[in-house]
Write a protein of this length. Structure first.
Length: 357
């Protein structure tokens, strides 16, 4: 059993042998997808096994999917995925860029929220797959005295395979707590004005540099088209983000287009596929200069740093494209932190109040 929190005390009217209780706080727990602990075979296999065994991600019947996963996919894919991670790994810190950036975001948000609410809040992050686990961070928060937890999946657009599975894991963790805190989850913020403003600012700043793209490709992570037909709102929310971004920039339809990346498996996914569309833009439309941005990712990761900036770039250049610009995710930039702080503030209403001078 862990030591009680430093600010733990016994209730005034309790007997002397009553366990100490920490001062009540509100936890803000950020959640991102996850990352392997390293890019070696066994680290990659553990991570991919957890990720690809999630029924929210791959919803095929286990009797059909698991033999294929365990005997074929997890025999080969850890090598190719490990090589991809190695190409972007933060060797200085011994971790993936997603881990580094999510930690930096958390530290920035902790500073902003502590300045606003004082010691009444506790800010931390977890990963849906890998470490730090959702369960471990929920436990830390309850032991520190958090009687309320705001759970914030860092996905602007809702999808069953991202937001929902993160929430699932959070609720599973709550089931294991003796004193279960009150809980709220943050809804998608795909159309939040400050998020759209931050995206627009990042594009405006990139275009102010030494580039002159003919079109902006707004690339979102893909999903099977079947999920859309079953009622998942992800596709609609992606289209809405692009539309609001276009309006915020004052552009027309010829200057911006929506695509989807990261296709996996044999069935049809949301189209157009980014890797094919950038090649088509170069070959058929004669576009020699394009920029790509990925608004569905709150932090740069394997899908942006390796897939977009390497594989998709290569597809464009092989088709005759000449100038490819990747515009980084919002990461821990000031405008993004301000937007996330606003979303959190709105969701904390009635739970905490700004500290008085």
């Amino acid at each position: 059993m862990n030591e009680p929190a430093k600010d733990a005390t016994c209730p005034v009217h309790a007997p002397k042998d009553h366990p100490k209780i920490p001062r009540e706080k509100t936890g803000i727990l950020l959640a991102n997808l996850g990352t392997p602990d390293n890019y070696d075979y066994w680290s990659m296999r553990r991570y991919l096994n957890e990720f690809l065994s999630d029924r929210r991600v791959i919803d095929y019947a286990p009797w059909k999917w698991q033999p294929l996963l365990q005997l074929i996919i997890l025999t080969k894919r850890p090598f190719t995925s490990g090589a991809a991670y190695k190409s972007i790994w933060n060797e200085e810190k011994g971790e993936s860029p997603l881990m580094t950036i999510t930690r930096d975001q958390t530290e920035a948000l902790r500073a902003a929220l502590t300045a606003e609410y004082g010691d009444d809040v506790m800010v931390d992050f977890c990963m849906r797959y890998g470490n730090p686990s959702t369960e471990s961070k929920v436990r830390e928060m309850t032991e520190a005295g958090c009687t309320r937890i705001l759970f914030f999946p860092l996905y602007p657009q809702y999808a069953g395979a991202t937001s929902a599975t993160a929430n699932d894991q959070f609720f599973r963790a709550l089931m294991k707590e003796t004193r279960q805190p009150a809980a709220r989850t943050v809804e998608p913020y795909c159309d939040h004005p400050e998020y759209i403003d931050a995206l627009a600012r990042s594009i405006t700043e990139a275009y102010a540099g030494d580039i002159n793209p003919e079109i902006l490709v707004v690339s979102y992570h893909g999903m099977p088209k079947r999920y859309l037909m079953q009622g998942d709102p992800y596709h609609c929310q992606c289209q809405k983000t692009t539309r609001l971004l276009k309006e915020r920039l004052g552009w027309d339809d010829t200057q911006i287009t929506t695509t989807f990346q990261s296709v996996f498996g044999p069935e049809e996914w949301l189209k157009p596929y980014t890797v094919e569309e950038v090649a088509r833009l170069a070959k058929e439309d004669g576009k020699k200069r394009i920029a790509v941005v990925a608004p569905a990712f709150s932090a740069d990761c394997i899908e942006t740093l390796e897939e977009i900036n390497e594989e998709i770039r290569e597809s464009f250049e092989e088709a005759g494209g000449e100038e490819f610009t990747y515009i980084p995710c919002l990461n821990d930039g000031p405008a993004h932190i301000e937007a996330l702080t606003s979303v959190i503030r709105e969701n904390l209403q009635g739970w905490v109040h700004e500290k008085t001078a």
